[in-house]
Design a binder for this molecule. Structure first.
Ligand code: GAP
Length: 451
């Protein structure tokens, strides 16, 4: 167990949200979209550090859900899909939120979020709720007629169901097995809010796990536990997570049972990930609408059956926000205040920063050799600007776990200093042992490489 200096963390900082949003903008994690045109409400672009971290979040998910398992395969389905898919899935009819208007200021709200009072002007003169479909509708091709209507997917899941038979035939997988996918999803949210928590365009990471119907409860519990551990393994303290079952009136139209893994956001507990038992709803719906048989043959009983589906579904962008909030801390180092992101090294947008002590040519030459040695193995930054102290602070603030400093002695002793972000401890390491040193620190297999 590592002990850190006394610090202000997610647990005790009232201004956490504002600080993290500012840091994201200032350091290039997240920018408001189309900012030079005044921005496009609640739409965000990921800057150099944000794009790197978001990729790490998705890679960590893919690694645990697909790569390290032999019972899950991945696909990458289209974002645009014909109306028939959403007609069959029930989204055209049921993927709605209750919309109300304030008759005084004409703002629109989600009825379940405002308790009968307009948050903008305080009026209680609110219209009756009506169902507002959250899907983005468009037209494929140049002719705008009903036959060309297409939708931007509001979930990636349907790609897994419509490809169920293709995957069965090409992989020979049989239940229990899963199909996973990571990709963009779009929802015309009535009230996008809280930074990247709820946006109209976001990234989803979903897995549909097909099981014999009788085994659904067992696999449901299994996936809730697995997904909870994934977050805590990547550094979210378990006390910032909780499991909340949905009430019957909260369930999505396809769900037999859902639990949310919730995170302690600065404004209170909020959904981080949902795990649902979708039963045989989707495969039956698509089989009926398409006329295809979407079922499997059970060798043991000699009968065909429609599997049930257990679905863990997580927003990559929302997950990134939770990891940032949980990692943010302020402490003091040598009497100086610092901001530090205590990100797990697998999520850090920069994993190793190579810092030559000065711009002298021979130091830069050696530093670049060190950089080239590290780059295939870690996400690296190279920084020669300003004092070494300022550079350490900058790296701490974006969560870089290790800084490697190349100084004048390095030229003679072929050694560098490795500084740890969390403890700020520094040790001298021979360059030829640097990859092994970092392997020990990151828990990777040792890897001796000579320069
Ligand atoms: N296929 C199931 C499904 O889509 P969901 O609970 O509607 O379930 C899954 O969404 C996850 O996607 C949520 O737990 C959340 O992490 C993320 N999510 C949903 N809507 C979002 C939005 N508007 N912006 C960002 N993330 C969102």
């Amino acid at each position: 167990m590592v002990s850190y200096p006394a610090s202000m963390t997610a647990a005790n900082d009232d201004n956490l949200m504002e600080k993290v949003v500012n840091l994201c903008k200032r350091r290039g994690f997240v920018f408001p979209s189309a900012e030079i045109y005044g921005g496009f409400r609640s739409t965000y672009d990921y800057g150099p550090l944000g794009a790197s971290m978001l990729r790490n979040v998705k890679d960590a998910w893919w690694r645990s859900m697909v790569r390290l398992r032999d019972d899950v395969v991945g696909i990458d389905a289209a974002i645009l899909s014909p109306a028939a898919v959403w007609e069959a899935s029930g989204h055209l009819e049921s993927f709605t939120d209750p919309l109300v208007d304030c008759r005084s200021c004409h703002e629109r709200w989600r009825a379940d979020q405002i308790d009968g009072v307009c948050p903008n002007c305080g009026s209680t003169d609110i219209t009756e709720a009506r169902a507002f479909n959250l899907m983005f509708k468009t037209h494929a091709g140049p002719v705008e007629e009903e036959a060309t209507v297409a939708y931007l997917r509001p979930e990636t899941a349907q790609g897994m169901f419509t490809n169920f038979a293709n995957v069965l035939t090409t992989t020979r997988k049989r239940p229990p097995f899963g199909i996973a996918q990571v990709g963009k999803a779009f929802r015309n949210e009535i009230t996008p809010q809280n930074f990247v928590f709820r946006t109209r365009e976001f990234e989803l990471m979903e897995m549909e796990y097909f099981v014999p119907p009788g085994e659904a409860p067992k696999w449901f519990d299994y996936w809730v536990a697995e997904r909870f551990s994934w977050f805590s393994d990547l550094g979210i303290p378990p006390e910032m997570l909780r499991i909340r079952p949905h009430d019957a009136d909260e369930l999505s139209h396809y769900s037999l049972k859902t639990v949310d893994i919730e995170f302690a956001f600065p404004w209170g507990w909020g959904e981080l990930e949902g795990v649902a038992n979708r039963g045989d709803y989707d495969l039956n719906a698509h089989a009926k609408a398409s006329g295809e048989r979407l079922e499997v043959f059970d060798q043991a009983t000699g009968e065909r059956f429609v599997p049930y589906v257990i679905e863990p579904a997580l927003g990559a962008t929302r997950a990134m926000m939770a990891f940032l909030l949980a990692a943010y801390a302020e402490d003091e180092v040598a009497g100086e205040a610092r901001t530090v992101l205590r990100l797990d090294w697998r999520l850090a947008p920069v994993q190793v920063a190579v810092l030559p002590l000065s711009r002298k040519e021979e130091l830069e030459g050696l530093s670049r050799q060190v950089l080239t040695m590290l780059q295939p193995h870690y996400l690296c930054d190279y920084d020669v600007t300003q004092s070494i102290g300022r550079r350490y602070r900058r790296q701490d603030e974006v969560g870089t776990p290790w800084c490697v400093t190349v100084d004048f002695d390095s030229i003679d002793d072929r050694a560098v200093t490795v500084r740890d972000r969390d403890t700020t401890a520094q040790v001298r390491v021979p360059i030829e042992g640097l990859l092994d040193e970092l392997a020990v620190r990151s828990g990777r297999p040792p890897q001796s490489v000579r320069m």
